[in-house]
Design a protein around this ligand. Structure first.
Ligand code: FES
Length: 221
């Protein structure tokens, strides 16, 4: 069973907050018991005012927990292959997918996921390309850019890197098909991505959340 989710966003009026904080303009009591009494009445009235002025309204954002199927499409990157030097990398977000296009040392074009499968560090923040292998800048995990195959997992810095590697299952790097568009490959680099990837991720998130509360069909876990 899929369901629709909408946020409830509380909205509180500014005058009510000012009143509650004691910053509302108006006559102030002068001293002693009278002042305390007035302050008490004021405070109670402010609390009532705050509660009554708290409104709940629905935002336009809606999410679903239904299964979202992939929808693949070639997306232009705005980058020509001739603009990339060997070992150069360029990070892009295409239809919600974080990708990294680049060239191997031999000059072959490739496209991989930009987020390291270890803990999600962007490879674009200093990854090295050595031959046809990309090396994560944080803990040195390395992957073949043509297949995404894991070569080394969390090898640096000594002791700390391998320790961090123990807490996450080893994974390969995502890879994406890419090509040079235009006549005889003279145009922009294009990447084949799932244009539903973001929607599917959000649906999975809401399904997990609602299943944990017993409000969906319980198939997430
Ligand atoms: S984040 Fe890439 S190896 Fe740790």
């Amino acid at each position: 069973m899929a369901m629709e989710v909408a946020f409830l966003a509380p909205s509180v009026s500014q005058p009510a907050v000012a009143q509650h904080m004691g910053t509302a303009p108006g006559p102030q009591p002068s001293s002693g018991f009278g002042m305390k009494l007035a302050a008490g009445v004021c405070s109670a009235a402010a609390a009532v005012g705050l509660a009554s002025s708290r409104k709940r309204s629905k935002t336009a954002a809606r999410y679903t927990t239904q299964t979202i199927l992939p929808s693949l499409a070639w997306i232009k990157t705005g980058v020509k292959a001739s603009e990339l030097q060997p070992t150069e990398l360029k990070a892009l977000t295409l239809a919600g997918n974080d990708v990294l296009i680049g060239k191997t040392e031999a000059g072959a074009l490739f496209c991989v996921g930009n987020l390291c499968p270890h803990i999600g560090t962007p490879m674009s923040e200093g990854a090295d390309v050595i031959g046809d292998v990309i090396v994560c800048p944080l803990h040195g995990s390395s992957f073949k850019v043509t297949t995404g195959e894991l070569i080394d997992w969390c090898v640096s810095p000594p002791i700390i890197g391998p320790l961090t590697g123990l807490i996450v299952d080893k994974k390969n790097l995502l890879i994406f098909e890419c090509r040079q568009g235009g006549f005889l490959g003279s145009g922009e680099v294009e990447v084949l991505v799932d244009t539903n990837a973001k929607k599917a991720y959000e649906a999975g998130y809401w399904k997990g959340l609602l299943d944990a509360q017993g409000k969906d069909d319980g198939t997430y876990y």
